[in-house]
Ligand binder design. Sequence first.
Ligand code: CMP
Length: 430
Amino acid sequence: MPVLYLVLESILAYLFVRALRVLIFDVVFQFRRGYKAPSLVRNIFSIVVFAGLFVIIFNQNYKDVKLGALLTTSAIFGVILGLALQDTLGNFFAGISLHADRPFQVGDVISVGLQKHTGVVESISWRAIKIRTFQNHVVLVSNSSAAKEAIEVCPHDNLNARLVYFNTLYSDSPAKAIHIVREAVREADNVSEKIPPIVRIRNLGESGVEYEVKYWLNDYARYNDTDALVRQRIWYAFRRAGLTFSFPTRTVEIERKSKQVGADPDHGALIERLSAVDIFAPLTAEETATLAQASVRHVFAPSETVIRAGDEGSSMFVLHNGRVQVQVTENSQARAIAVLNEGDFFGEMALFTGEPRTANVVALEETEVLEIGHEAMKRLFDTNPDLVESLSHIIAERRQGLADRAGGQSDQADESEGILASIKRFFRLT
Ligand code: CMP
């Protein structure tokens, strides 16, 4: 009969423990903490309460049997139990420490173990962490081995980032590639709007310029699809912008020693650009073509300095594409005094007077300039004496701008005469 009572009362105790568990964890805990209690904590609670109740029930039905003494005095029983439960207890305590630290939660993406098992955490039990991989497989990592390994956690309520790589030919402009890719990626699905994507050069590789895009995801668990979408967007953006992906190539270049007129495919565009510059308007078509031939093209990145104040300078520049800012330094701070656009020129002051550069000239965007040297200008002065005069007026005007800025005074007409004389001296013109 006591056995029957023991069984019946144990069943009642079990039902009581279940009810108590629902009340405490599904109602009170959820209400107070705002999230579901971990299953491990629920199980430990059930086991402890049920064990306590069982001991009480057992003692009432078998008053003369000392259950505590029976368990503690049996050394063999203890050894067997200890050995049998070695792994289980290891998992159990590792599970407790995982729950206490709370390094990750259900729904987070984690990467664990030497094999880098990666997936979304589905549950954390008293024995193992259950991960659903991106191939929809289930991986169980025992708590004790997880506790020994490094775990990479990407919390689901965190803005996690990804890196996607691409490359371009060396002839493609980095400023353009960076702009095009950033705009293409920021609109892709699942790319967070909170932080704009970052595109940067990671290496100047063997076959091309290598870039990385860093972007942040709304839902990190979908990173495979989003990486693929980002790559697709880059491909289409490249197609529209005329950019080209690089691949291993070998280019054999045959250098021709004597430069032919018109060898530059853009020679016509250079002539057009130079003839639109007002100081070169009096030149004949032939002189303009010769000047285009003698000029050298350079490209500057946004924010790069083309001319540094105080440097020696023996060339001037015509702005072919882009914009530059002329800056002077006041109280150790750069102050803009002019912005020059396509067709404008700069750097003439040092070239024609032999004095150091008067200001900094900085590219505001990707900028292409045509550099014209001392020799080319001298040839022009010999055949176009009027050119010297119109240049001296422009230099005087710009000097006036610099003097106004510095709070000084100067007479522009006298200044212009002085500059004319100094250009003639410097270029040994009669
Ligand atoms: P240079 O002195 O050789 O180098 C700096 C250049 O900045 C200068 O020649 C001019 O071409 C340009 N510069 C200086 N002052 C002005 C100004 N007030 N407006 C426009 N350009 C200027």
